[in-house]
Write a protein that binds this ligand. Structure first.
Ligand SMILES: N[C@@H](CCC(=O)N[C@@H](CS)C(=O)NCC(=O)O)C(=O)O
Length: 209
């Protein structure tokens, strides 16, 4: 039985979203809240030294990084669903958007959150917030350009790359940082949000202790 360490609204939602899309996989959630001392405890730090979520436990194996967990679950349980075949020309772009979602889309959003909400007020730097917003606008434009004239990021069908990037848009919207355009990005996001598995992944709200 898989066990997923989860905080409502956190990147662990990517994993729940995938599990629910795939269906038929037994898993349990261990639900925490951000700022929970449980996440700082040595038992949890042995699984995830940063004390973050998600962490996946699969039998004796435990590991973290939402993108790695998504890739692992596709390999173990996907049976070819929600990703292009290894020899498909869409494979490279698929991996690109999978990794871009965490490596390029999330960092400026993390900086925005830090300087808007998370850091103590004395540590928040208006200039850092402004620079992060500028950087976020650039990566959002990349996503908007990629979606112009298409319904999904690769292969004209929903894949795990949409799910990885879609989480960033959920967060941007939550913190009031999603601009009104471009239309292709918003239309794509509405397609994602209409999926039943999306609703199941985010129904727990956002877990700030
Ligand atoms: N790159 C990691 C980032 C994990 C991460 O930052 N998780 C956040 C929630 S979305 C967290 O646990 N924050 C708690 C903390 O920093 O104490 C991933 O994709 O899994």
């Amino acid at each position: 039985m898989l066990k997923l360490h989860h905080v409502p609204g956190a990147r662990s939602c990517r994993v729940i979203w995938l599990l629910e899309e795939l269906g038929g996989i037994d898993y349990v959630l261990e639900t925490h809240r951000l700022g929970d001392p449980q996440l700082r405890a040595p038992e949890y730090r042995r699984l995830n030294p940063a004390g973050k979520v998600p962490t996946l436990e699969d039998g004796d194996v435990a590991f973290f990084e939402s993108g790695a967990i998504v890739q692992y679950l596709l390999e173990r349980h996907g049976r070819g669903r929600l990703e292009p075949a290894i020899d498909s020309p869409a494979r490279g772009p698929f991996l690109q958007w999978m990794h871009w979602s965490e490596a390029s889309l999330m960092p400026p959003l993390g900086q925005i959150n830090a300087h808007k909400f998370v850091l103590r007020e004395a540590d928040r730097i208006p200039r850092a917030l402004e620079l992060a917003r500028r950087q976020f606008a650039k990566v959002l434009a990349q996503l908007g350009d990629a979606l112009a004239g298409r319904d999904y990021l690769v292969e004209d069908r929903f894949t795990a790359a949409d799910l990885m990037a879609g989480y960033g848009i959920v967060l941007a919207r939550l913190v009031g940082e999603l601009p009104p355009g471009p239309p292709a990005l918003h239309a794509w996001f509405e397609r994602l949000a209409a999926r039943p598995a999306f609703e199941r992944a985010f129904r727990g709200g956002f877990g700030i202790a």
